[in-house]
Ligand binder design. Sequence first.
Ligand code: GDP
Length: 847
Amino acid sequence: MSDTDGKKPLGLGGPRSGQVKQSFSHGRTKSVVVETKRKRVVAPPKPGTAGTGAATGAAHLGDPSKRPAGISDAEMERRLAALRNAKAREAGEAAQRAAEEAAREEERQRKREEIEAKEREERERAAAARAKAEEEERARQLAEIRASRAAEEQKRPAKTEARAPAATPAEEAPARGAAAPGSAKPGLSPRKTDRERDDRGGDRDARAKAKGDNDRRAGKLTLTAALDGEGGRTRSLAAMKRKQEKARQKAMGFGQKAEKQVRDVQLPETIVVQELANRMAERAADVVKALMKMGMMVTMNQTIDADTAELVIEEFGHHAVRVTDADVEQAIDSVADKPEDLQPRPPIVTIMGHVDHGKTSLLDALRKTNVVSGEAGGITQHIGAYQVTTDKGAVLTFLDTPGHAAFTSMRSRGAQVTDIVVLVVAADDAVMPQTIEAINHAKAAKVPMIVAINKIDKHSANPDKVRTDLLQHEVIVEKMSGDVLDVEVSALTGQGLDDLLDAIALQAELLDLRANPQRPAQGAVIEAKLDVGRGPVATVLVQSGTLKRGDIFVVGEQWGKVRALINDRGETVGEAGPSVPVEVLGLNGTPQAGDTLNVVETEAQAREIATYREKAAKDKRAAAGAATTLEQLMAKAKADANVAELPVIVKADVQGSAEAIVQALEKVGNEEVRVRVLHYGVGAITDTDVGLAEASNCPIIGFNVRANASARQSANQKGVEIRYYSVIYDLVDDVKAAASGLLKAEVREHFIGYAQIKEVFKVSGVGKVAGCLVTEGVARRSAGVRLLRDNVVIHEGTLKTLKRFKDEVKEVISGQECGMAFENYEDIREGDVIEIFEREEVERKLA
Ligand code: GDP
């Protein structure tokens, strides 16, 4: 008895009830078990009650001492059945729901299932009726047994009595439960029953049916049931699990509309499939599947447009929230810094001045001073900027690219990095055009200047002339009682360099430059290149925040994750704070000098912003009429093939000059020849430019910019011409001359003869040959010909043959007969006229 509280229904009820009702009863018992289960599942709304009831029953059963030996046997069986029921239901409930959902989702499947369900329902109804009858019968029998046993075992009548009523509600509760929801939810209940049935596995159905249907088979089943009653149950549980799993998977597959969390999916203009899946919290594979269903063969990494994405989002039952393009940029942290978070930062210095006044020399000298006095052992790395520490400990950051390029390219892109301009003026040369330009740039940017009067070592040096000259341009240096610091230096001898550094430090102090290092980094690209070994590399000057390894960022139209940071001494560093220039590795593409780098939170954001920017830039270029890709160029060139084009690539120091040059160049030419600016940009000439130039066989024009070392090298290798200019007029003149070379010589046409087609022959190997009479002038083999039919030109081309009798001749004169065949043209008819003409080419020049 004590092992009856083990959960084995066979061990418990089998032999005993069998004793009571033998095989018949045994079989029935089984069938009743099945039917009871089914019945209880029909009662979904009170799982708690049923569970509690079952639990209570179990608790009682678990205590053999309290259990009366006789009555509880059958009763116990029912209770155990109830317990099993409750457990099975509990276990299966969640997954069943999923299965239901899935089934509900899939219309076809539902239809199929409905048909099945109807059949099943009928079967079930019959089975239920039978089961009911059986149960009633059994109840009667049990009552009889109970009565007889009660009579027999009168030793403990009170307990028996007590047990019986206690048991009744427990076993009847599910039945009542079944009745209640059945009436309350008529629509739901039958379906659930079907589902239940379906889920519980057909074998039990079949068994129940078989038992009900056929006594003979029921007898047979008793044997099998005896053998695998337990195994059968286990199997069906496993089957159920499998089924649930299957249903769950199906439900995951498509259209989880019902009962899922409906999300608002932020949808930009374009979105990568994977990202779309992430935003919907769906599996990417499912999204790909859904797209395939829509006829779009894409991979997870491909980008789809917003319209398509919206369809997908709807398909999955979510809401698409279109974000306007620029919204994606909001991912960039633009919270203003609190004053207390701001820390002093080194100034960023740009050296400007006229060519040959010693900018490069000065930069080198300053750098060397520091390297020698510093600890780095003389190894320097040209990354576009470097830092110098003065004797007094002030740190200064110098932009390594002299001239206006570095300074103004940033400015034109809205990223003003320079804090102080050092205006280099050669003491032996005084103020020159580019000096004035530099002054104007600095003034426009409202950046304070420090005048470095260079080449002071020279005998011809006249620093005071420089000072007075500067007065004309409203630069009043200290010595002229102004407030512009001026230092006499010699890049060559190193004289005055420390004074210059001090002056810069002083100026910086006056500016009180501050930045918040404790925020996502923002910086400006001062140089970018595609390094053979390291991939795209950008030198970034951090402006605020701290750039760390592992940071995800967007920079211009590119994005990336910081793989490594290398400082100006070639050392790998973990982070770079404000005003620190670092080489950043880990970009997905080469950005442009002047691009702003922003650290964002997720890769998806970075990618999205980059994609958005790329598209915006493309649109802008397209709107400006400039072709963007070579393919487009080709297509465009083909579209107007009669216009000769001189393609050029323009790189300039500032956006403003780039645009001015492009405009000027596009004006060059006429309806026959034109200059096509394939690409223009701001900043140094890079490998990318050289690549494009090579591909399109065009020169690169650098206006106040130079090619970086690797671009220079590859241009040499590839034979790409790079021309440097600093005066727009020179540039335009040169391009004009080049374009004139392309100008088609003016072609003057002379008619030299006419011929009439008298007959058309077919000559094997030659095709159609016109037998003609030259009516006017001469027919020349080398001349151009037109075929006129009723004075309408129907073909223009050249001759394949010109025959006089059997011989190929060069010329046939008027009055003679000849044979002519056109190159690549056969449609010649008797009566057509052939016009023979020659062209003379006259060289021309662009105005
Ligand atoms: P940039 O075109 O302004 O960059 O000028 P560079 O730095 O290339 O210098 C132009 C020329 O001036 C070079 O030949 C230098 O050697 C020379 N140079 C530069 N600084 C000095 C200096 O302080 N003294 C003398 N004597 N020559 C200098």
